[in-house]
Design a protein around this ligand. Structure first.
Ligand code: NOJ
Length: 768
């Protein structure tokens, strides 16, 4: 094991070392980036810690919402007084420089030790310049763009004194019923890890103490997205193997990228609430990964240990969460009320309080708060909605759209991009001018008035005389007369752009789980009536998750998943619909055919009786076709697989090729995996080429495919390129039956393909 660990790639190496020995040293990259791993800070932390009373130490572990609440309030109004007494270390939900400075003045000028407050906020997909929702940002498969948008968010937020965002959400989501799928990067741990690191780099910049850098929070640690039935806050059951291979990697990637904070989740994992879970919080995060930043609870998740049933009173909740590894209590006030008493009664060692205070002070020093505690009020307004941010918001939106279907229209050519033949365009449906929906949930300080709607952008593009508009129905309401009027309008046009979907704010995000994933209200009726007119229809779907719309996918020739595109919704959509920009987004979640299939994810295990014969690695046994893993009344396959996304040209893939046909598990080496990709259409295009691996014959069953790489290639019409990936040894590593990261002897298959369902694999032997 030790030999193997020293020969395989760095991230696996760290995990191996961790499994064997305990913690490992942080990398120099992290030190340079955040400072929380910089030993030079420790002396400052220790010097300050020595001066602190127990009550002042506890104060650093207390965080309250002092503004527009994002959860039930504490009812406290005495924050000024508490700050002056050193009883509060962090505040959130305040969002102007004037307010943050007013509180900061009390901390820095009136409290005994002058320890600055760190101000936080949910800056999730932009602060004032609102980008597409994170699920859409991930659909770009472009970590660089994600990093750049996080930088813009950090620039704006920091101008108000906010130096801490509760983002990125790196929860793996396999169930579209869960409303918070919209906040993450989808179902895949590899892509999720790339996105997690990109957000952290963007928020924290090269130096955390730069004025425009803010501390990132990887949340919700851990397994929150596995909520049973997709019902928010619900319990999760996750084996250690699945936790290690699926749910933990994006957190690990965030920590490796230098994330200064981690938020503990609301859910219980195998009966132990994540906010009182010593295994995940202490063993994995601190001892194995060597994390040196803050573990913050989620909103009142410490007090909620009572509701979970592992504490019968607030004092026990405080003790259990704290001893399990939650440093800071967000909003529930139980640390404030009980921690000092718990130390005095001997139930919590003061050394443990010191440890948590160190974590907090380290982040505050690393942020440079002691040197620069205040925001510059004179520069706040100018930091918002700057042209470079707006331009980036449009680019990211364009790149996030996923062209799900684009079948030929009446003239034989695909409906999209819209041709000049369509002189009169009907824009129908409730979401073409719904400004708040375009913003999506957790839209920071975003305002509807900042959004350019599809209706406005289209009117500008084609002129009012070429555009007829009817809302049809509302998202959840509408009358027969509305439907009839919309149909009458459609009948006058050459083409219909239909904008349907879910409410971006009311139906997505926290506490927005849905048991039915069709179109709400009377939108399905509207859709069917418009299609019945026989006019060519392009459906633009607005949603924070995939919607189950088999009828639409069968009957509507063109469907574009626009997600919730942010302030540049209209310009980005118009440029895409008319072909100034080609859609190149790819799905980061399997798009279900029906709710009955959920949870659905491509990287599933094969089972002993796979329904799909191509998943058989051996000839079938005695069981005939009846006794296989399937539904009697539903297909197994999703509507669209993970990785799917069309564009305005087409590509052909050759079979995957490998630079070697075998490697040794005891000394794994990097391989080259490649395939020829040809642009078979008549337009230039870009394609996100994907690399997948399958391992067979291992000690623990492995997914039928697992993403291990992706890259974007641009191809002229007719052009062929050999697309080559470096397949690092850690692509073959797995969490084995003895709880270690290893490369095991196996039969492997490698695909270079346009999505998770297609491609011709190359075979590889992993020898002992
Ligand atoms: C609860 C949410 O779960 C979390 O994501 C958010 O950061 C906090 N509230 C703070 O608003």
């Amino acid at each position: 094991m030790r030999n193997l660990c020293t020969t395989i790639a760095f991230s696996v190496l760290l995990a191996c070392v961790a499994a064997e020995t305990k913690s490992e040293a942080p990398t120099t990259a992290i030190e340079a980036r955040t400072g929380i791993y910089d030993p030079a800070l420790d002396a400052r932390v220790e010097a300050l810690l020595r001066k602190m009373t127990l009550e002042e130490k506890v104060g650093q572990l207390v965080q309250y919402s002092a503004g527009q609440p994002t959860g039930p309030g504490t009812g406290r109004t005495d924050y000024e007084d508490m700050i002056a007494k050193g009883q509060i270390g962090a505040l959130f939900n305040i969002s102007t420089a004037k307010e943050t400075n007013a509180y900061q003045r009390i901390a820095v000028e009136k409290s005994r030790l002058k320890i600055p407050i760190v101000f936080g906020l949910d800056v999730i997909h932009g602060f004032r310049t609102i980008f597409p929702v994170p699920l859409a940002m991930a659909s770009t498969w472009d970590p660089k763009l994600v990093e750049q948008s996080a930088r813009i968010a950090a620039r704006e937020a920091s101008a108000t004194g906010i130096r801490w965002t509760f983002s990125p959400m790196v929860d793996i989501a396999r169930d579209a019923r869960w409303g918070r799928m919209t906040e993450g990067a989808g179902e895949d741990p590899f892509l999720g890890s790339e996105m997690a690191a990109a957000y952290v780099r963007g928020y924290q910049g090269m130096r955390l103490d730069a004025p425009a850098s803010i501390a990132a929070t990887a949340k919700h640690y851990v397994g929150y997205g596995a909520a049973e039935g997709g019902r928010d806050y619900n319990t999760t059951e996750i084996s250690e193997h699945t936790l290690r291979q699926i749910y933990l990697p994006p957190f690990r990637a965030a920590v490796d990228a230098g994330a200064a904070t981690i938020m503990s989740a609301f859910n219980a994992i195998n009966g132990v609430p994540a906010s009182a879970n010593p295994f995940t919080l202490r063993q994995v995060l601190r001892e194995e990964w060597g994390f040196r930043g803050i573990v913050d609870s989620d909103w009142e998740s410490v007090r909620e240990l009572i509701q979970h049933g592992i504490a019968n009173d607030r004092e026990t909740a405080a003790r259990k969460a704290f001893l399990a590894g939650v440093d800071v209590d967000m909003a529930s006030s139980v640390y404030h009320d009980y921690l000092a008493a718990l130390v005095k009664s001997g139930q919590v060692p003061e050394a443990r309080i010191d440890e948590s205070v160190r974590n907090v002070l380290r982040v505050k020093f690393a942020l440079g708060l002691f040197e620069r505690p205040y925001a510059d009020e004179s520069r706040e307004a100018a930091a918002m909605l700057r042209p470079d941010g707006i331009a980036l918001a449009r680019t990211v939106a364009e790149r996030s759209f996923v062209l799900l279907k684009n079948a030929p229209g009446p003239g034989g050519a695909p409906i999209l991009p819209l041709s000049d033949r369509f002189r009169r365009i009907a824009l129908i449906g409730p979401l073409a001018d719904d400004l708040n929906s375009a913003l999506g949930s957790w839209a920071g300080l975003g305002r509807g008035e900042d959004v350019t709607s599809l209706e406005a952008a289209l009117a500008q593009r084609v002129g009012a005389q070429s555009l007829v508009r009817h809302k049809g129905v509302g998202i959840t309401d509408g009358s027969d007369a509305d439907l009839a009027a919309a149909v009458a309008v459609a009948a006058t046009a050459d083409v219909v752009i239909l904008t349907l979907g879910e409410s971006g704010q009311a139906m997505t995000g926290e506490a927005a789980s849905r048991a039915h994933l069709g179109l709400p209200g009377r939108q399905q009726e509207l859709l069917e009536k418009i299609v019945a007119t026989g006019k060519p229809v392009a459906l633009v779907l607005f949603s924070g998750r995939p919607l189950t719309l088999p009828w639409a996918f069968e009957h509507v020739p063109a469907v574009l998943a626009a997600w919730l595109p942010g302030i540049q919704a209209g310009p980005a959509l118009v440029r895409t619909l008319f072909g100034d920009s080609s859609p190149t987004g790819k799905l980061v979640v399997s798009w279900p055919y029906s709710v009955g299939q959920l949870p659905i994810y491509y990287n599933a295990l094969n089972t002993g009786r796979p329904a799909n014969k191509k998943d058989l690695t051996e000839p079938p046994g005695d069981s005939d076709d009846m006794y296989v893993s399937r539904y009697l009344d539903e297909r197994n396959e999703p509507q669209f697989p993970f990785g799917h996304g069309l564009t305005y040209t087409t590509f052909r893939y050759g079979p995957a090729k490998l630079s070697a046909s075998s490697l040794k598990a005891s000394a794994p080496m990097a391989l080259a995996a490649s395939a020829e990709v040809t642009n078979t259409g008549s337009r230039a295009g870009e394609e996100v080429v994907q690399l997948y691996v399958r391992l067979m014959g291992t000690s623990v069953a492995q997914p039928v495919r697992a993403l291990k790489g992706f890259q974007r290639v641009a191809l002229a019409p007719g052009e062929t390129k050999e697309v080559t990936f470096s397949l690092r040894p850690d692509a073959f590593a797995l969490w084995n039956d003895r709880n270690q990261w290893v490369v095991e002897p196996a039969k492997a298959a490698v695909w270079v393909s346009p999505d998770s369902a297609q491609g011709t694999p190359a075979a590889l032997q992993i020898l002992p």
